[in-house]
Design a protein around this ligand. Sequence first.
Ligand code: ACO
Length: 463
Amino acid sequence: MSQTETATTPSNDATQGGRNALEVRDGRTGKSYDIQILEPGTEGDTAVRGADLRQMKVNPGDFGLLSYDPAFMNTASCKSAITYIDGDNGILRYRGYPIEQLAEGATFLEVAYLLRNGELPSQGEYEQWVHDITYHTYVHENIKRFLEGFRYDAHPMSMLCSAVAAMSSFYPKAKNIFDPAERSISIIRLLAKMPTLAAMIYRHVKGLPFVYPDNDLNYVENFLSMVARMSEPKYEANPVFTKALDVLFILHADHEQNCSTSAVRAVGSSHVDPFSAVAAGIAALYGPLHGGANEQVLRMIEEIEHPKNVPAFIDEVKSGKGGRLMGFGHRVYKSYDPRARIVKKLADEVFQQVGMDKDLEIALKLEEAALSDDYFVSRKLYPNVDFYTGLIYRSMAFPTDFFTVLFAVARTAGWLAQWEEMLLDKEQKIARPRQIYIGPAERQYQSTLADKAPRTRKDSIRR
Ligand code: ACO
């Protein structure tokens, strides 16, 4: 350890030295600084302010020291009271309530209320919340025509992202984000219309007529009705599917500062309307390293084809030639993802109803092989929430490229709670990271072109 590092190593116990500060000595100048350690969070997380490093300069004209943290590996971008994750111990709580208890006893709309408001609803509050969401499920007829413009094989996430962005144009008053009433109605509209849009997209891909919402049904039943109803006068959802989807929505409702939530917060920090901010979240969720992983898990399992091919597939992943084991690993969880445990149990219940999924054995073999292999164990790679969800969705007859849409419907609850928390947080400003510039130093322009005359298309063809 260098002398500088020794000099900057603080006491582990902030109170031991009597001061809640880091003593930092800048080896370039020999100057020492006190960097204040912020009040710990509820679970003891401590941090220093990145901006406090700026006082460390080699001369008065120096910009000051930056912290460099690609991919935000060790940077808290906000203080949040919504979701708590302890990645080492596999703990997930919404507003303090363990995810296992919410999955067991709550409904998705109850959880959406909790995420937004911080407390569970009273009976009256719950009834009002459910009523408001139920009566905003219809979308403008133009949205229908807008969706009809997509090709039959358009990816459902592209359609969802565009449809939610387009909704911003239907609600111009949603721009009044500092008006609590406008915020509330936007939140209700987004939660209410997301299943309608998702179901319309499903029907568009299938070439089926759109089904209008049925306000007599609950949130999940209504969604299933808009997805699956044919000529029957009243749709009756399979109760096992309804329960399973409600639990899956709860598990996906929020996950603190993940990629898509950070996108919603960053885009929302420019004070754009929430429809546009949520569209940004949907775009981020689409990626295969994030919400798109559930689709990729199933494609991977289908490619493996048979349990006997699992060892060869694992070897390929380990060699770096075969891509990643999708549905495994997580930036925060370094032990079993608690959601994956619940999903695995849920899969058993659904398969009891519809029969065993033909590829479950491949998934189980993959999990078993990975959990006993040093490559995965030493990197703390465990199944994440997406590992088994695809098999459940497939057993409900959802097409593979629709899986991430289901995730987006649920995550809308978390995105909106986080968006509003960000807006009301006095410490937040427009998100604007710094960079360390590594391009060329100043140089003089000299043209590298012999002929700069603008050309017509005809000219360029002739040449
Ligand atoms: N399969 C094989 N190796 C993996 C995997 C995986 N799924 N995930 C990580 N690794 C390896 C990396 O190659 C790396 O190895 P190395 O140290 O030898 O270079 C090491 O584990 C650390 O990986 P990182 O990429 O640095 O971990 P990071 O925290 O950046 O990535 C992520 C997390 C993106 C989730 C990653 O584990 C991954 O790509 N998993 C597969 C995709 C997936 O399932 N995503 C869904 C996540 S959950 C969600 O978003 C809802």
